[in-house]
Design a binder for this molecule. Structure first.
Ligand code: M6R
Length: 607
């Protein structure tokens, strides 16, 4: 979603801002712009399209050593040069960039129009520049605070004024903002990746806080001007982790990293001696863990699918009733928080608005909420009562891949821990430790067979519609396979429980609608084979992801993707990887922008 950068120091600001924006491209955007200050004047350059278009359109970048920049993902107002940020006030002396949504912008705009302010865009954001203008009396920080007090909604903003060279004011309410501390220079950004090339010393700005920077330092305070002391933290990622490192795309890189990322998610967390799991950050005693009678999981998109697998694992291993729900529904359902119920929110980015608001609603009602996040220091990671980092390293591609396998790794370890405290024997626990331990190697084996999946993608990428079928623990994997295919290839795809197709979706089957069946060697295999035969009987083409040596399935399906035979609870790790690759290669075959698919944003920070 939208990205923010700000810089003040001794360097030329424009190249720093553009480099920061380039690093934020993965978040998804439709236009970009910068504003640079020099000699008491501000110059704005903004365009629809990509950063390279902006750069190409303005070969002579504005000079000056402080500035702000933005990548916009349209919410209020279409995709146009005028609606791109930065936005200026009437005088052109004040400029702002904004992430989030100003809910009361219409009434504020009406009032400002009545005071003869001239608006140049259709955005909600522009009102901020005019509000600051209307209260500015020489003190930019105070004017920003007064303006913010009038806003309803969410924001991460940075603001500059030509009369205070080198000074930038940032503020946050519901949209991330991070301060980066360099040597005689300061950075502001919505995401640490924008500043990692320059500094690893950061301060996470919290909701309700305002930060004012100049090259020599920073001050944090609240809207009532109480000073706030902040901790300086160190970014844990390396710059090379946010580079493609020879891969054609971030998505291909991230799919390929899974043997290592799954290993990182389980490292130090599997205890072979006690046949159990250890998760340090739960902040729950053994007694509290034993008292848990129910688990509820809230998440969005791929993280929701991981939550569904997690719920299955908890019920299967630990016999604890568990279910996953869409975070966007939890919040508005007035959720019932019951005693002895543990809540999880799952989010790669830790910034997804739906998940964040669901978490706050649950906490408001007294729930204990744990997080499963990837981004260290993210809002969800900081606001939950405890939780587990998946340690996947940065996930840059919009389509989430390695985060999914790491999230289910963490659920597996948690389910094992809960199971061993309750019903599960040492022998069974040992088997499950061994089975998970083998996963990185087995995923690496599947990745070695990429060429087969690429050939299949070429054979089927003509399809306009695709169905994905799975059952039991692999039903969420079918949903995930369909999500991957639709988001990056734009082929319409739906996931179903294979048993459900006879209740409606089978009407879609014909020779032009292929299906992909997940057929592990488990209790439901024979039933899924029957469902596959029903599809074949209606001229439907079938790809089956099945176990090596399953000649019966190979004899029925048109094509097969083979995976090793494993314990039934381990199949999601192995089944999802071919689906990620299938989606990836279909998208490549169709010439899609794999890392930045149309209309999508990596981190969905608005509702
Ligand atoms: O950062 P989160 O895990 O909270 O993101 C949730 C979804 O927005 C995300 O998984 C989305 O569905 C991806 N594009 C899926 O590939």
């Amino acid at each position: 979603m939208c990205g923010i950068v700000g810089y003040t120091g001794a360097k030329l600001a424009a190249p720093v801002l553009l480099e920061g924006l380039r690093r934020l491209e993965y978040r998804g955007y439709d236009s970009a712009g910068i504003c640079v200050g020099r000699d008491g004047a501000l110059t704005i350059v903004k365009r629809t399209g990509k950063i390279k278009d902006l750069r190409g359109a303005v070969p002579d970048l504005p000079e000056g050593s402080y500035g702000i920049g933005h990548t916009r993902w349209a919410t209020h107002g279409g995709v146009s040069d005028a609606n791109a940020h930065p936005h200026a006030d009437c005088t052109g002396k004040i400029t702002i960039v904004h992430n989030g949504i100003i809910e009361n912008y219409a009434s504020l705009k009406e009032k400002l129009l009545g005071e003869d302010h001239v608006f140049r865009s259709e955005t909600d954001s522009e009102v901020i520049a005019h509000l600051v203008e209307s209260v500015y009396d020489g003190d930019l920080e105070r004017a920003v605070k007064e303006a913010l007090a009038l806003l309803k909604g969410t924001y991460g903003i940075v603001v500059m004024h030509s009369e205070v060279p080198g000074k930038i004011v940032g503020a946050r309410n519901g949209s991330p903002l991070v301060l980066g501390i360099g040597e005689g220079e300061m950075f502001l950004a919505s995401d640490v990746t924008a500043m990692m090339a320059y500094t690893k010393q950061v301060v996470y700005v919290e909701d309700g806080e305002v930060v004012t920077v100049d090259p020599g330092g920073f001050r944090t305070s609240d809207l009532k001007d109480n000073s706030i002391t902040k901790n300086v933290e160190q970014i844990g990622w390396e710059l090379e982790e946010i580079e493609k490192n020879g891969f054609a795309s971030f998505m291909e890189k991230e799919i390929s990293e899974q043997p290592e990322s799954i290993l990182r998610a389980m490292r130090g967390r599997l205890d072979a001696e006690q046949a159990t799991g250890h998760l340090g950050g739960l902040n729950l005693s053994s007694k509290e863990l034993l008292e848990i009678e129910r688990v509820k999981i809230a998440a969005a998109g791929t993280s929701y699918h991981a939550g569904m697998v997690g719920a299955y694992l908890l019920e299967a291993m630990a016999r604890i009733p568990a279910y996953a729900e869409l975070a966007s529904e939890v919040r508005y359902r007035n959720p019932i928080v019951e005693p002895q119920t543990l809540h999880f929110v799952v989010s790669q980015s830790g910034e997804t608005a739906d998940t964040l608001f669901a978490m706050r609603e649950l906490k408001r009602k007294g729930a204990t909420v744990l997080g499963i996040c990837n981004v260290v220091g993210s809002t969800i990671a900081r606001e939950t009562d405890g939780g587990v980092y998946i340690h996947s390293g940065p996930e840059i591609a919009v389509a989430s891949t390695k985060a999914f396998t790491s999230q289910i790794t963490v659920f597996y370890v948690f389910a094992l821990l809960m199971a061993r405290m309750r019903n599960m024997s040492f022998e069974e626990g040992s088997d499950l430790v061994r089975d998970l331990d083998a996963v990185p190697r087995l995923v690496a084996e599947i990745l070695e067979d990429k060429a087969t999946i690429q050939a299949l993608a070429r054979k089927y990428s003509w399809a306009k519609d695709f169905l994905f079928m799975g059952r039991g623990i692999n039903y969420p994997v079918a949903l995930e396979g369909a999500l991957k295919l639709k988001e990056i290839s734009y082929i319409h795809a739906e996931g179903y429980s294979a048993a459900e197709i006879k209740h409606g979706p089978i009407a879609l089957i014909n020779e032009r609608t292929p299906s992909l069946f997940l057929i592990p060697d488990d209790r439901l295999r024979d039933k899924i084979i029957s469902n596959m035969k029903e599809v074949k009987a209606r001229s439907g083409k079938v790809i089956a992801v099945c176990v090596r040596g399953d000649d019966e399935v190979a004899g029925i399906a048109d094509d097969v993707i083979l995976v090793p035979k494993v314990h039934e609870l381990v199949y999601p790790f192995l089944m999802v990887v071919p689906l990620q690759l299938f989606a990836y290669y279909c998208a490549l075959d169709l010439g899609r922008d794999v890392d930045q698919p149309r209309n999508l944003a990596k981190s969905v920070t608005v509702e």
